[in-house]
Design a protein around this ligand. Sequence first.
Ligand code: AKG
Ligand code: FE2
Length: 490
Amino acid sequence: MISGVKQPGSMEAGSNRVEGIISLASYLVRTYQRKGSFSRFRTSMSRGWDNGQIDNNITRFGLQEWGHANFSTIERLVPPYTTSATHKLCNNFNNTPMSVVPLPTTRLDSMPLHASVLSIPVLFFMAPVPSFPIKVGHIDDVQELRKTEPTQIPQRFVRDMSERPKLAAMVPSPNDIPIIDLSKLVGSDRDEQGRQIVQLKTACEEWGFFQVVNHGIDSSVVENIEEVAKDFFMLPLEEKQKYPMAPGTVQGYGQAFVFSENQKLDWCNMFALGVEPPCIRNPELWPSKPAHFGETLEVYSREIRQLCKNLLRYIAVSLGLKKGDVFEEMFGEAVQAVRMNYYPSCSRPDLVLGLSPHSDGSAITVLQQGKGSSVGLQILKEGKWVSVQPIPNALVINIGDTIEVLTNGRYKSVEHRAVTHKEKDRLSIVTFYAPSYEVELGPMAELVDKKNPCRYKRYNHGDYSKHYVTNKLQGKRTLEFAKIEPETSA
Ligand SMILES: O=C(O)CCC(=O)C(=O)O
Ligand SMILES: [Fe+2]
């Protein structure tokens, strides 16, 4: 027991857990205030959206700290919520990375209260339910809608003329996006390595997208994730709806980035999960069916994480940066999230979009196109939409907004979208790899000089992530947040 610090209220069975949680919070505030870390805590709180968010932060803070001691227990415990106040609070928590668990007083005594493990999880990929009311209207499940074979596409899916895809552009163009052979980058032939680095540099500068082949990830890993993803999407709707993506949040099953009743919808069903670090996970959204989904995603994510680390190292080399691990060091405990996109076939692919145009908020993104899927990914190059032809066993990599900022715009995130196909369904499995939400970012000093003046401000990556997930997908507009002189006409 820490002397001079008032201990939280009793958390014994039958007591009001909200009170317990709140007194836990004040206990933590006082404790960390005493330890001189309060300013960081307060910074995190001020980023909150409202008091509910602050409560979330406080409680997650408590859970996070406790979680260091016994994370698995936290995952398993599900509290019986009784009072209406508790219920209200828990509605917020249901969309946070962890279940709320009662923290018995005795546990508090054994919590590791070391300033060194202080990290305040402001988890915006897992954005909790926003405080402002979001009315999204009825959102059709696209697979179910397709089953009804509608003679007309519902208006909410029909795009304005300017946004409609031109089907001719779906034929892959001869100057398709670059291909990087990773085995040559990691190989011992220095000349070949040098050539691949140059190709990587060109790919990043001119395309912002490339495909990697011979990436070293076992084909069974790639096949298995595809199988469980497909199996998940093939489950009955009621089963998938056990893992709902609440309006304004980005984890679970449904449609992300919908903020109003008149917003056009994507012809897509999504299933998204936070993967790393563990504190961004919401275990309630990890499905029990299909069997092995969780293990398969863990194995896949480990491999993809390593691939991201390797790629970032080569990207650093291609930029002429002295330290290959500069990004890894800068990113801290990197955030990794996965989104599975299922695009059912559509009788009028000329009217709808599978996924609205956007750039990714990540540092880099790894996109796996399902075997036998139709062509669907398109990137905006010199004002034209260019289709990305799926290559068997290749992974598509793209530069995200974070790398654009860090490189002061040398490597740009590129606007992309997905289109649908008249007869074929399409699956994509997308991993977003990004810095810790705690990290402050801005253009790297090495990439700023007289010829290349600083174009982006410094900001907290958690704030950027919050901005990203609380706005609809709208091309590259989200990145205006980071620009020193926002292009208001964009
Ligand atoms: O499905 C695709 O090809 C695009 C997916 C994508 O861009 C995303 O999920 O961010
Ligand atoms: Fe994307």
